[in-house]
Design a protein around this ligand. Structure first.
Ligand SMILES: [Zn+2]
Length: 282
């Protein structure tokens, strides 16, 4: 497969030939930064973990050069950070038994440029080779620009590929803004209670991000616990760990659907629900 950037790479954790590794992928996660996959697309990773016929493939779009750094990594140059983050992402792909780990090596600025055709072209090439049934990416109400840029590029790529290779489902999940605010009927809830040791290991390998004092490992597991308890106000908990997703599939199936209007629809339904509840008791 020809990717645009000279140092882009597709790593195959178990050493299978690349074409076989791509073709076995059933769930494809596409994220902006190294460690986003392990936070947002953990339902896909877990669904495939230890399975014979289900495989999770990862795509990380940016190169990690602009990552924050502290502690052990405080004096690292951008190039050194790029290498550290690449190694960390590969470690996670081994722990999570991914089918492939594609590192596309773009600067963040490229992801936020709607006119950049190269990312779309790379994403289409990966999707066409994998033909995943499910795609996991950032939600469109995330508050990080590069995350939203990535999700928009994913949607654009999936709209442009042949209908025959389009996934059945596309979900946008949580990193920089959780989805607890959505009305319950809009929430796609994924039970991720099994193998919490694997979840912890996947989050823990990203030492360069955690070392500076950002405990993404604890915060992510804590968010999943909170979702499990606060999802339903009546009755006891059915699980101990939940992730929430926003269904993005309609945007892929109908290329004319306006992305902004679609996302504002989720916010409007929240506004309506809050207004109605207060109205009942005033
Ligand atoms: Zn990120």
């Amino acid at each position: 497969m020809q990717l645009h950037n000279a140092e882009a790479e597709i790593f195959v954790p178990d050493g299978r030939p690349l074409e076989q590794a791509l073709a076995r992928t059933t769930d494809l996660g596409v994220c902006a930064h190294q460690d986003d996959l392990e936070i947002l697309s953990y339902p896909g990773i877990l669904r495939c973990f230890g399975q014979v016929s289900d495989w999770f493939g990862g795509v990380c779009v940016t190169n990690g050069a602009g990552s924050p750094r502290d502690g052990l990594y405080a004096a690292y140059t951008d190039e050194e950070m790029r290498q550290v983050r690449r190694v960390e992402q590969k470690k996670a792909s081994v722990v999570g038994e991914y089918s492939i780990m594609a590192l596309l090596d773009y600067p963040s600025s490229a992801v936020k440029d709607p006119q950049n055709p190269n990312i779309i072209s790379d994403l289409k090439a990966v999707v066409e080779a994998c033909r995943p049934r499910t795609v996991w990416t950032h939600n469109l109400a995330d508050k990080h620009d590069t995350h939203v840029g990535t999700a928009l590029r994913v949607i654009q790529a999936l709209r442009e590929v042949d209908e025959a290779v389009r996934p059945e489902k596309v979900y946008g999940l949580e990193v920089w803004r959780d989805l607890d605010w959505m009305v319950d009927s809009d929430k796609q809830a994924f039970d991720v209670a099994p193998h919490q040791n694997i979840a912890a290991a996947l989050l823990g390998v990203f030492d360069s991000q955690i070392a500076g004092g950002k405990r993404y490992d604890l915060a992510t597991m804590g968010r999943r616990s909170a979702h499990a308890t606060y999802h339903a106000s009546h009755g006891t908990d059915d699980t101990t760990q939940l992730c929430f997703g926003m269904d993005l599939t309609p945007l892929i199936n109908d290329p004319d659907l306006d992305v902004k209007e679609y996302v504002v629809g989720f916010i409007q339904r929240l506004a309506d629900e809050v207004t109605d509840r207060i109205g009942k008791f005033l």
